[in-house]
Write a protein that binds this ligand. Structure first.
Ligand code: GDD
Length: 386
């Protein structure tokens, strides 16, 4: 059996995403009309013998309660949110819930970062992992040499795919092959984390001998129970025939900024063309808006038939789009109202509107991010409206 774990982080993480995640935790921000975390969850469903999906984070329990209960019912797979009392790091967080994760006696654990956008080729990756016979397999991707330093850079054996060398966000270039934040592990990962925890404790005890060093470590070091998957586990285990790589040839992006969420929304919308065409607005029928390219419209949204929507537009629940409105490249959150009555037009291009924002007649919004609960009665371009 297989158990999937998605690391969702918490409110102190994801600050670069801030203007968008004021009302909603980042993992629930809509991409292609579905919460960000919904995309890896539905990818997990394709794994044979999947017993459970856990989301581990340090957001308040109530922020996820509604979502996990509705998604469990929809997918008919138990999805549970497990809350850390404080951040333990990506490996420490996993370790702190090992008893839950091991409850079903899984042979494999699929571990995913929630802030990546991918087609998540999990069944193929699992097959490859079984053939390699190691403790873990990482999904990897080739990126441009200039952007590689935002990620874990790695070297893999071209024949065996073994992970030979791993450096997290190095200052000098190592490789354009990077870690995608998607892993398959055997339960041995818990012993590997335990070893690191033991070493950390031993070192902390040794340091107590020297008061000067103790002072230094108290100001600089991370807590003794904080373990990072990348630096503390992947780096030391590289080249030991424990870790292997599986390269994705499909789309992959990291979602750290509001601008990236728009791009990723578009990538998921185009994936829907292959996987869930019923979720895309078709625009046929006389009483619907003109649809251009890939568009998602929530069933409860009201979109005027004279408006023109797309490409890459996602419209969330209870939003209202008025007559003659023109929307391109945008994410419209819950309860947003975009007016445009009579001969007037409201136009949006490459824009993200926060919850319950009103855009009035003849207002043009281009390349902007608008925080929740604002009314726009003048046009804006290249602005963040706080
Ligand atoms: N529950 C929990 N607790 N989740 C955490 C914690 C924690 O203490 N710390 C991080 N996370 C979650 C984040 O929400 C994110 O989904 C994932 O773990 C990784 O976050 P970071 O450790 O901050 O790393 P990163 O996102 O900067 O980079 C990682 O992902 C890249 C791919 O997107 C690294 O693994 C890179 O090597 C990799 O390229």
């Amino acid at each position: 059996r297989v158990v999937a774990v998605i690391m969702v982080g918490g409110p102190t993480k994801g600050t670069r995403f801030r203007p968008l995640s004021l009302n909603v935790p980042k993992p629930l921000f809509p991409l292609a009309g579905q919460p960000m975390v919904h995309h890896p969850i539905s990818a997990c469903r394709r794994i044979p013998n999947l017993a459970q999906i856990y989301l581990i984070g340090f957001y308040e329990e109530r922020e996820f309660a509604l979502y996990v209960s509705s998604i469990s019912n929809e997918l008919r797979i138990p999805v549970r949110y497990l809350r850390e009392d404080k951040p333990h790091g990506s490996a420490g967080g996993l370790y702190s819930f090992r008893d839950y994760i091991m409850e079903d006696g899984p042979s494999h654990i699929v571990l995913l970062n929630c802030d990546v956008c991918s087609s998540f080729p999990l069944p193929d990756m699992l097959e490859a992992h079984k053939k390699y016979g190691g403790m873990g397999t990482l999904l990897v991707n080739k990126v441009s040499a200039e952007s590689a330093n935002q990620f874990g850079e790695l070297v893999a054996d071209p024949e065996t795919n073994e992970l030979l060398h791993y450096t997290e966000k190095p200052e000098t270039f190592v490789s354009d092959l990077i870690n995608c934040g998607v892993y398959i592990f055997t339960p041995n990962i818990f012993s590997a984390i335990e070893d690191v925890l033991k070493q950390k404790k031993d070192r902390a005890n040794l340091r107590r001998v020297s008061s000067f060093e103790a002072l230094q470590s108290a100001t600089k070091a991370l807590p003794a129970d904080f373990v990072r998957l990348d630096q503390d586990i992947l780096s030391p285990l590289a080249g030991k025939k424990e870790l292997y790589t599986y390269q994705t040839l499909d789309f992959w992006e990291q979602i750290k900024t509001p601008g990236m969420s728009l791009r990723c929304s578009g990538l998921y919308l185009s994936q829907f063309r292959r996987t869930s065409p019923h979720l895309l607005a078709s625009g046929d029928g006389k009483r619907t808006a003109t649809i251009v390219g890939d568009v998602y419209i929530h069933p409860s949204a009201k979109v005027h038939p004279t408006s023109k929507i797309g490409p890459n537009v996602s419209i969330s629940a209870n939003a209202r789009v008025g007559a003659g409105a023109r929307l391109i490249n945008c994410i419209i959150l819950d309860d947003v109202e975009i007016m445009g009555e009579g001969d007037h037009n409201a136009k949006l291009g490459i824009t993200i509107l926060g919850e319950a924002v009103d855009v009035e007649d003849e207002v043009v919004v281009v390349n902007s991010i608008v925080l929740p609960n604002k009314t726009l009665n003048v046009s804006v371009q290249e602005e963040i409206i706080l």
